[in-house]
Design a protein around this ligand. Structure first.
Ligand code: ACM
Length: 264
């Protein structure tokens, strides 16, 4: 069954959760995709400058404002959304992504591989990689820098993911091209939703986000790639079930040819 997967890339206004959520949902008002991905930390912005600031902006899942708005929107439109948010759980803060669907909140993934100063603010994710069976296919989530570790996409694929959804705030230029390899080596679709703009807060190093959000097929084809600097909604038609045939040719199978006893 073919579905449409889409993403919205934009430059969130740091700290203005209500504005960012309104803006993203307004942009999706006319979108027709059944699965839509928003960037990492889309509701808060990225460059935190103190633990207090992170704590103030982080929200509980699923009871917090952002997750509730996403869940309501998903229910109203009967679609699935994956979006990156700062999650507060007791004393700990996670760089998380929530999944919502036609029945509301579905689940959360907490980023496994923290990047750069994220290590000052967030606890390393403790959910492990997760895959959800949904009406639009088996959805696995990773967040931004997780891509740098091939084990992330491999683990999600071995767990049965058809589509890796990938909220991101990329600053290094390599990821969009690298996702071709991740998708090829795992025969899995990927939807990388990055942000645009820049942040330079509290005397810290300026961060320029690279845009170039991308939908990649399970054969490694770039189905859609956004601009480097414009706010943009893009989408592509995919058949998630295509990812389930791991046979490369008559002799090679991407999964059964693996020789884990030779790896370390
Ligand atoms: C990143 O993980 N936000 C680069």
């Amino acid at each position: 069954m073919k579905i449409k997967a889409g993403l919205f890339q934009f430059a969130p206004a740091f700290g203005d959760i209500h504005r960012n959520v309104d803006r993203a949902l307004a942009a999706l008002a006319s979108a027709s995709a059944e699965l839509i991905v928003l960037p990492e930390l889309f509701s808060t912005g990225y460059q935190f400058t103190s633990a207090d600031e992170v704590r103030e902006l982080a929200e509980e899942v699923p009871s917090g404002f952002t997750t509730q708005r996403l869940a309501d929107f998903s229910r109203e439109r009967s679609i699935f959304i994956v979006a990156g948010i700062a999650e507060r759980d007791g004393d700990r803060i996670f760089n998380s992504a929530v999944l919502t669907g036609p029945k509301g909140f579905i689940g959360v993934y907490r980023k496994t591989h923290l990047f750069h100063e994220e290590k000052l603010w967030f606890s390393p994710g403790d959910t492990g990689f997760r895959v959800w069976e949904t009406a639009v296919g088996r959805i696995g989530i990773m967040v931004c820098f997780d891509w740098f570790f091939p084990e992330s996409a491999r683990t999600l694929s071995l767990m049965g993911a058809d589509i890796i959804v990938h909220p991101a705030n990329l600053v290094l230029p390599f990821c969009p091209d690298a996702m071709v390899t991740r998708c090829l080596e795992n025969r899995v679709f990927a939807v990388t939703a990055n942000r645009t703009g820049s942040e330079e807060r509290g005397g810290r190093e300026r961060l320029d986000f690279i845009g170039a959000s991308q939908i990649t097929s399970c054969r490694g084809n770039i189905l859609a790639r956004a601009s480097r600097d414009r706010e943009e909604y893009i989408e592509a038609e995919i058949d998630p079930a295509e990812s389930r045939d791991k046979q490369l040719n008559q002799y090679n199978n991407l999964f059964t040819d693996r020789r884990p006893e030779k790896y370390r």
